[in-house]
Design a protein around this ligand. Structure first.
Ligand code: FAD
Length: 55
């Protein structure tokens, strides 16, 4: 698992979001703002799903 944030990977989280589509990205941002620890898991190399930047 790649850790994108500045914090080292944890073993436990308050919330685990499977998939980095825009809905989960927004939900994770709100949860982090509410000081919950969140793991965002994405199976592809780039988050954002259909809204991810393409070359
Ligand atoms: C053909 C098509 C056309 C569409 N056209 C429109 C349109 O014109 N306008 C519109 O508003 N909406 C459209 N939609 C709907 C829109 O794409 C979705 O409603 C929206 O993308 C859902 O966003 P989401 O964040 O919930 O999930 P998604 O954008 O579906 O993202 C899900 C993410 O989760 C990841 N993932 C899935 N399973 C796993 C797993 N097991 N482990 C790890 N990662 C996982 C995926 O790789 C992906 O990155 C269309 C949908 C389709 C299928």
């Amino acid at each position: 698992m790649t850790s994108i944030g500045t914090q080292p990977p944890q073993r436990t989280y308050d919330v685990v979001c499977v998939g980095c589509g825009h809905h989960n990205l927004i939900a994770a941002a709100y949860l982090a703002k509410a000081r919950r620890s969140v793991a965002l898991l994405e199976r592809s190399a780039v988050p954002g799903a259909s809204y991810a930047p393409r070359n």
